[in-house]
Each structure stands twice: as structure tokens, then as C-alpha cells.
Design a protein around this ligand. Sequence first.
Ligand code: HDC
Length: 280
Amino acid sequence: TSPETEFSYTERDSTLYNLGVGARSSELRYVYEGHDDFQVLPTFGVVPQFDAAMPFGFDDVVPNFSPTMLLHGEQYLEVRKWPVPTAARTKNYAKLIEVVDKGNAAVLKSGVTTVDADTGADLFYNEATVFLRGCGGFGGQRRPGDRGAATAPNVPPKRLPDVLVESKTTEDQAAVYRLSGDYNPLHIDPGFAKMGGFKKPILHGLCFMGVVGKAVYERFGPFRSIKVRFAGTVLPGQTLVTEMWKEGDNKVVFQAKVKETGKLAISGGGAELIDKKLLK
Ligand code: HDC
């Protein structure tokens, strides 16, 4: 476990995050702090983890690490307080969960707990999986561990989706999203993107997780957890088509495709819904 780090955010950061994952100026509850129902989208919970001090260096745990070859593979987020505060002072604690050897690549999972620095109450828990191309073959474990909802495969049922939502991103989506704390040059610097094997900068995984999470939240309401696999890259300006299936009383399984190519961007999506009556 790492030393704790502090991360504070304000209503301005909440609005900037909402804009970064596709909120429009017509959606006043996301962009105007004076609105009666002003709120930050629940996937904001992935933001504080970026300030956590990781208790390891990539070079210490995998061979051949290169920042240009790092891709975000999966993300699991627990939202432990509703409504999500639109401003808070937080403390963050990070841990290394596991490093999996996929042959060509390594898959590294880390966890970050975020608590309210003033009350000590839990706010968020995150598990991030990074896919480290060219870092495998070190003789490590081949399969990730099973940690319930954090690792559930969330296979969509065979029937047609119950709900389908199209969300167009803008050409400037990554340039805005990065201001929420992921300054990886892969999303803004054409030269860096080329070194990583991409013709141009690609969208942050957590940006399109936010776009898709917004669709899930707006149709199904608050969730206690959300998990995604980043199955394919997305370019700023492309349109995401989110397909959702309600399974039982409190689960939504979802995936998202890039409309322009038909390719999967998010697979194995799952959200565990909260009974709204419990929030009153
Ligand atoms: O799926 C491929 C891909 O390109 N996915 C999209 C990646 C992407 O666009 N991510 C978002 C952008 S990058 C980003 O946002 C970085 C960010 O700035 C920093 C994040 C920092 C987070 C830290 C927070 C604190 C790809 C390349 C990932 C895999 O494709 P292939 O190489 O073709 O793999 P494949 O042959 O299908 O499978 C090989 C084994 O790997 C497992 N696997 C596949 N995709 C995975 C994955 N594991 C985790 N995550 C994924 N996305 C497969 O299951 C397979 O395992 P096995 O051999 O055991 O079956």
C-alpha cells in the first residue's frame, strides 16, 4: 500500500468533468452550478485515483516497460456515496493487486480507495487494469484472480438490446477530457501517438467509459459499481452506440460500438444498480 495523498475538487472540476464526457450546454444540471439539480456524473469517481501515489514503478514489476505502449485495458469503479459530492477534499490510498503474464503483453491491476478527508467516509474504490504491450513473457501467472463484480465477464444476453443510445463525441473531446487529470500525451500529441502505433491521438478509455456511463445512468439511475473492458480504440469525433440489457432487478449489462466502424469499443460492461428507495 502507498502513502496517502490528498486530492481536492470543486464544482468547477465537476462541470469540467461532465463536459469532458459529453455533457452539453443544454443539460443545465451538469453544466450550471446554480441549477437546482446540479450534479457530477457518477463516473467522476475515476478521477481522484490519478493523484494517488502508486507503491511500485512499472520498471520494477515488468520487463521492457515503455509509456508509449501502455493502454488502458479495464476499469472497475465502486461509487460508495450517493449523491456523489460535487466538491470534496479526499485522501487516496493505492495498492498493487496483481501482474498477469499474457505472453506478448502484461496486464497490471492496481486498486485505489478514495475517502472524504474531512469525515473519513468512503467515496470511491477503483481497480484499473493497464495492458502493457511488449511487457509479457516473464513467467508470471497467466490468469487474473476472481474478485466478483470487479472481474465479472458480463456477457450480453442473446436477445436484442433493451435500450440503445447514440452519443457523438466531438473532435475536441480528448483535449477537454484530459483537463480532468489524465495528461497522457497519447491523447493529444500526434508524435507520441505515432510511437504507440496510432495514426493520431486516441480518446482516453476513461473518457468513453464516462460517455457510456452517462447513458447507463440516465436510463437506469444510480449504480453502486460499474465495470468495463476497453475492447477497441475510439477517435475523438466518433459516435458511440451503447447497447444495454436489464438483467434481473438490479443489473445492467452493456457494450458499446463505434458507429463509424461497427467495432466494439467497450465489452463486458456491467453496472450494479442501487434501489432508489434506499437513497431517500
Ligand atoms: O483490446 C485491445 C485494444 O486496443 N483495446 C483498446 C484499448 C484502449 O483504447 N484503451 C483506452 C485508451 S488508452 C488510455 O486511456 C491510457 C490512459 O491515458 C492511461 C490509463 C492509466 C490508468 C491508471 C489509472 C490510475 C488490446 C490492444 C488492449 C488487446 O488486444 P490484443 O492484443 O489483440 O489482445 P487479444 O489477443 O484480444 O487478447 C490477448 C489477451 O489479453 C486479454 N485482453 C484483451 N484485451 C484486454 C485484455 N485484458 C485486459 N484488458 C483488455 N482490454 C485477453 O483476454 C487475452 O487473454 P488470454 O490470452 O488469457 O485469453
